[in-house]
Design a protein around this ligand. Sequence first.
Ligand code: AMP
Ligand code: MN
Ligand code: MN
Ligand code: MN
Length: 280
Amino acid sequence: MTDFKADFHCHTHISDGTLSPEALIDLAAEQQITHLAITDHDTTLGYELAQPFAEKRGINLISGTEISCQWQGHTIHVVGLDVDVENQKLQSGLKINRIKRWLRAFEMDIKAQKRFPSLLTSILPKLESGMIGRNHFAQALIEKGIVPDQQKAFDRFLKQGRSLYVPVNWPDITEVVDWIVSAGGIAVIAHPHIYKMSANKLNKMIETFKDAGGEAIEVVNQPRVCSEQIGMAERAKRFNLYASLGSDFHKPEHTWRGLGWLSQMPEGVDPVWNHFKQTV
Ligand code: AMP
Ligand code: MN
Ligand code: MN
Ligand code: MN
């Protein structure tokens, strides 16, 4: 398998990425990606819309979604790979998450209107689907000239503790793992290095995730081998989890994070793609 190149975590404009599913598949083909999972936040629609284009370009598309959940007060993202998108339990759960996003969006807009004209009013005409997230608010803040870029939008307004931040009561991690497992998929802890918790706490979270039926962890997220990657590979082995890889690509303007820009899977871990229903 010499020409295998995979990316199992990325976004389209169906969630908070900027490329259409078709444009994302074109980019994947350009990058010579052979195996791709589209993992839009709280929806499988990005995958569903991309499928005919992937077929045309000869890319193996694996179904996916990135689901927001919580564990002990931390917001955690769990990627579901190789799920049956027709599964009712999964789709009802995703729908409730999207509704929670809408409730949050209205609350955020009310807060924003104390200082600026409505941000939602400029978001809505361009919104592609039923998913709304903080990145849409970041974009509106940029377009109104309030902040120069996405990072500043989060740092000044959108992250926890800032004026437009509204917490969401996301479902418990165990519940979200159950949706994925019920849909025949593999639950993956997304970007485990970004959660602001101690190594011990992260290990406890992994144990809860595993007990609930979670099977994998993202080990490779970057083009270069880094200490986080080495640490996650160790955890994958220690907790007997499959190892996944994904760039978390959102938009071409992020010059530091390209689709498929990923280092090799380290030796000694069990790659998640050996466990998809379809042989890879
Ligand atoms: P949401 O799920 O709508 O609360 O938004 C989470 C998304 O916002 C993530 O998937 C990232 O795309 C983006 N994001 C979160 N935190 C930051 C940050 N500090 N800087 C830039 N983007 C962020
Ligand atoms: Mn995102
Ligand atoms: Mn995420
Ligand atoms: Mn993501």
